[in-house]
Design a protein around this ligand. Structure first.
Ligand code: E4P
Length: 227
C-alpha cells in the first residue's frame, strides 16, 4: 500500500518527502484554510506542492458547484502542473464532469465517498482515484473500516480499462486517524492511505522500538567503556 500525505502544509510535505516513502499528496479546502492561505494564493500554493513532489500525484480540489464549472476549473487546475489530480466531491454534477474530464486525460480523485455504490459510480464515470472516508464514520459511532472493506471489494471485482487515462481506479483510504486504520486498510488491499502528518508520525513510532533503541545504546556504551 502506498502512502500519501493528507495536508497542504509545505513544511509537513517537505519533511514527509524526506523520509523517502511518500507516493503523493492530497489537499482539500479545509486543509488549505488551515495553512492560513489566501484565495488569491491558492493556485500558486498548489503549484508549489506539485513542484516539491516531482511526478507524484497532488490532489487539488475544485470549488465549482455546476458540471460546467467543474469542467472549466478542472481543466484549469490540471493545466497548472502535470502531476495535479483534480479532486471533486461525489454528486451528479461531478460524475458528469468526471466523464468529460477523464476523456480528455485529466485525472480525477472523487472524494467524500462513504459507500460502495458511490465508489462504483465514480469509477464508472472515469475517476482515476476514489477516496472512501474512514474516520468520519468512526466519529459518528459507525465502523469506517467495514465500509472501506466494501469499497475495496467492489472496486477490486472489476476491470477499469478504458475508463481513464491510466486504465485503473485506485482506492485512497481517506479520513485516516490512527495507525490501526493504516493497518486495516493495508490488510484488505486498499491501494493507498492518505494520512495526516500527525498520524504518519504515529505510524513511525512504537514504544518497543524506543525501548529497544535505548537498550541497544546502553549495551553498546558498556562495550565502548570496556575498551
Ligand atoms: C481526503 O482526501 C480528505 O482530505 C481527508 O482524508 C479528510 O479527512 P478528515 O475526516 O480528517 O477531514
Amino acid at each position: 500500500m502506498k502512502f500519501f500525505i493528507d495536508t497542504a502544509d509545505l513544511d509537513e510535505i517537505k519533511e514527509a518527502l524526506s523520509w523517502g516513502c511518500l507516493a503523493g499528496v492530497t489537499t482539500n479546502p479545509s486543509l488549505y484554510a488551515r495553512t492560513g492561505g489566501k484565495l488569491a494564493d491558492f493556485e500558486d500554493h498548489m503549484v508549489k506542492i506539485a513542484e516539491m513532489c516531482g511526478d507524484l500525484p497532488v490532489s487539488a480540489e475544485s470549488q465549482a458547484k455546476t458540471t460546467e464549472g467543474m469542467i472549466e476549473e478542472g481543466r484549469h487546475l490540471a493545466s497548472l502542473a502535470p502531476n495535479i489530480v483534480v479532486k471533486l466531491p461525489i454528486c451528479a454534477e461531478s460524475l458528469a464532469a468526471t466523464h468529460t474530464l477523464a476523456a480528455e486525460g485529466v485525472r480525477i480523485n472523487m472524494t467524500l465517498i462513504f459507500s460502495a455504490p458511490q465508489a462504483l459510480l465514480a469509477a464508472n464515470a472515469g475517476a482515476r482515484y476514489v477516496s472512501p472516508f474512514v474516520g468520519r464514520f468512526d466519529d459518528i459511532g459507525e465502523d469506517g473500516i467495514s465500509e472501506l472493506a466494501n469499497v475495496v471489494t467492489a472496486i477490486g471485482n472489476y476491470d477499469w480499462t478504458g475508463k481513464n487515462v491510466d486504465n485503473v481506479c485506485e482506492i485512497i483510504t481517506a479520513s485516516v486517524r490512527t495507525p490501526n486504520h493504516v493497518t486495516q486498510a493495508a490488510l484488505m488491499g486498499a491501494d493507498i492511505a492518505t494520512v495526516p502528518f500527525g498520524a504518519l508520525k504515529k505510524c513511525l513510532k512504537h514504544p518497543l522500538t524506543d525501548q529497544g533503541m535505548a537498550s541497544f545504546d546502553a549495551d553498546w556504551a558498556k562495550v565502548v567503556a570496556a575498551q
